[in-house]
Design a binder for this molecule. Sequence first.
Ligand code: CP3
Length: 320
Amino acid sequence: MRQAGRYMPAYRKLRERHSILDLCHTPELAATVTLQPVERLGVDAAIVFADILLPFEPLRLGLSFAAGEGPTIARPIRDAADVERLPSFSIDAELGYVFEAVRLARRALPDDVPLIGFAGAPFTLASYAIEGGASRSFTKTKRFMYQAPDTWHLLMGKFAELVGTYLAGQARAGAQALQLFDSWIGCLSPDDYRTFVQPHTTRALRLAAAAGAAIPLIHFGTGTATFLEDFAAAGGDVISVDWRIPLDAAWTRIGDKRAIQGNLDPAALLAPAAERDRQVRDILKRAGGRPGHIFNLGHGILPETDVAAVRAVVDLVHGA
Ligand code: CP3
């Protein structure tokens, strides 16, 4: 996740001349960025360069990325009329540039480096659409959810369908695994997760699996330790966990039928080498050499990260 990004000089160089949306909209550039971390870091897989919020453009929510401030949505969703007004659109026509980036990246990658496609999960998309950007407390989202549950479910249903179909399209274009990002799901109580989110995530993952053939689905969330069983029950062949729970404890709760991804704190990459390496080894020890562990960060890489530190972790994991 966020393998590329501002911590990587080759990416920053391209960003001097192109906005993030330009990079996403231009499949040749997106494919180039997709390959950068593979070349520089030696990671085992690539994730296509795109963003979870791109579907907001054809939904006409007014997506932009302000420098240093993250995403902004000019026309957030605030009531039932806004939900009903959401246009239906052809994913192939409006987001086909992502499929093209998948095709180009797949062609350019070495055969033994799989390509991951991705999308935002219904809840995380809804939170951006309702808040109008990033949020700390998600109060607008929760107020919407509690005040207008029917409209909430209508919106989540629309996002589930959109995301499932979009993921399936990436699979058809050549993605060999699909990751669903529910980045902010940890703000909910276990009860609210089950009531307001879980059925929609399940639907999105089923749609992706049905049309996307038998490729692995990675279900990503952060802050899920309080409802990990329910989060895993929503679906996914691989469950991604963050550093707030030890990897072995999480795996026990997920069950040994499922693979696990995680879970280094991205902040460990800012620590002195000895402390960073200690944390990496601890995760590997907790995985115990069992098949089905994908070593990863628990969340996106921080912009102030030194590329050499990331490379050192990749090498340490590969040498273990
Ligand atoms: O290797 C890669 O970078 C893959 C492409 C990728 C991006 N975004 C490009 C991007 C992926 C997988 C994402 C996922 C994404 N986008 C998520 C889910 C993962 C997570 O981190 O939780 C979320 C929540 C978003 C929404 C988003 N996009 C935010 C909050 C921001 C701004 C904050 C930040 O960290 O910069 C973005 C911008 C963004 N998307 C950047 C990149 C590389 C960095 C901004 C830039 O280049 O100016």
